[in-house]
Design a protein around this ligand. Structure first.
Ligand SMILES: O=C(O)CCC(=O)C(=O)O
Ligand SMILES: [Fe+2]
Length: 360
């Protein structure tokens, strides 16, 4: 990625503290094995086995206190994940000209990219994005009056030749895990297990292969600047190199997430914050890089259908005791606005759900 260009340099208050090997604990680790032995979570009843009810309580605590948790015994085969990680490394090891043959741009929103900006500072990373349902339909533009739609398609590199197949197989498996987690979250809000599933009928979810190369100045730059995920839920696989930091809700300190073999890191996104009327908050996080080792991560962004209007769920709102805290917004328009802002260094802060917050 060359020498350090000023575009990568974070403002002093956002620069990371470089710690060696120190990982603060606290982010809940949840064992999903009760799910593997349960056929379905359908129907909210007190008849769920105690292990499921306990699991739902754990999810509720984690979503409230942290907005983040880690899961083990999630049902995704480690062999598949390893094949995907190998193919991702083979892709990112290619010469830049080769990777740029599948570059994404304002027309083609999926593909390779190495000039992403978060909060208008360039990230020390390169990515390859692909949609889970190919093609995926989204609004043509973020303009509120533009009714036109457009299709986004995946762009697959020629090499490694099995990348497409491995990615497509991974989509099916990680999607199932995402639906399981969604159902647990729904139960944890006191709703029927499948209450939220319908919002994903024409999901616009996508997967990102992230590569963070070693950085000669890890104290000045970030692999990925502080941000909140805008979708419903993120299901993240990482290798064993740490770097993800989460802003702890209790005191605003940046906490390094431990790398736990064969685990996934899950976080609540903005859409769940709005649906839950702020019961669960989407929490800020960022990625710190290091000067020695490259790091890989693979988030699955679980995103509703473009036409969904996102607003607090009516069951969770009470005009007197618990009024809605957000005005409704169109998910697809929000998604488009965010995606297009990736291609420009904007003079203003990105589009956020706080734009729809109802003043108390
Ligand atoms: O690489 C990571 O650990 C986190 C990635 C992330 O937060 C994102 O891509 O939104
Ligand atoms: Fe994120």
């Amino acid at each position: 990625m060359g020498e350090v260009d000023p575009a990568y340099i974070q403002a002093i208050e956002h620069r990371p503290k470089i710690i060696s090997g120190l990982e603060a604990g606290g982010i809940p680790l949840i064992d999903l094995s009760p799910l593997l032995s349960s056929d379905s979570l359908e129907g909210y009843s007190k008849d769920h086995p105690q292990a499921i009810l306990d699991l739902v309580e754990e999810i509720k605590g984690a979503c409230k206190d942290w907005g983040f948790f880690q899961v083990i015994n999630h049902g995704v085969s480690y062999d598949l994940l390893r094949r995907l990680q190998t193919a991702a490394k083979e892709f990112f090891d290619l010469p830049l000209e080769e990777k740029r043959r599948v570059t994404k741009d304002e027309e083609n929103l999926m593909g390779y990219y190495d000039t992403e900006h978060t909060k208008n500072v360039r990230d020390w990373r390169e990515v390859l994005d692909f949609v889970v349902v190919d093609p995926t339909v989204i609004p043509h533009s973020p303009e509120p009056d533009d009714q036109r739609l457009r299709q986004i398609n995946n762009q697959w590199p020629e090499y490694p030749s099995d990348l497409r197949e491995v990615c497509e197989e991974y989509c099916r498996v990680v999607e199932k895990l995402a639906f399981n987690l969604l159902e647990l979250i729904s139960l944890s809000l006191g709703l029927p297990a499948k209450r939220l599933n319908g919002f994903f009928k024409d999901q616009i979810s996508y997967i990102r292969l992230n590569h963070y190369p070693p950085c000669p100045t890890p104290h000045l730059a970030l692999g990925l600047g502080r941000h909140k995920d805008s979708g419903a839920l993120t299901v993240l696989a990482t290798d064993d190199i740490g770097g993800l930091e989460v802003k702890r809700k209790t005191d605003g300190e940046w906490i390094r997430v431990k790398t736990i073999p064969e685990s996934y890191i899950i976080n609540v996104g903005d859409v769940i914050q709005v649906w839950s009327n702020d019961r669960y908050e989407s929490v800020e996080h960022r990625v710190v890089v290091n000067s020695e080792k490259e790091r890989f991560s693979i988030p699955f962004f679980f995103d509703p259908s473009h036409y969904e209007m996102v607003k607090p769920l009516e069951e969770l709102v009470d005009e007197e005791k618990e009024p809605a805290r957000f005005k409704e917004y169109n998910w697809g328009k929000f998604f488009c606005k965010r995606k297009l802002s990736n291609f420009k260094k904007l003079p203003v802060e990105n589009h956020q759900i706080t734009d729809f917050k109802i003043a108390k």
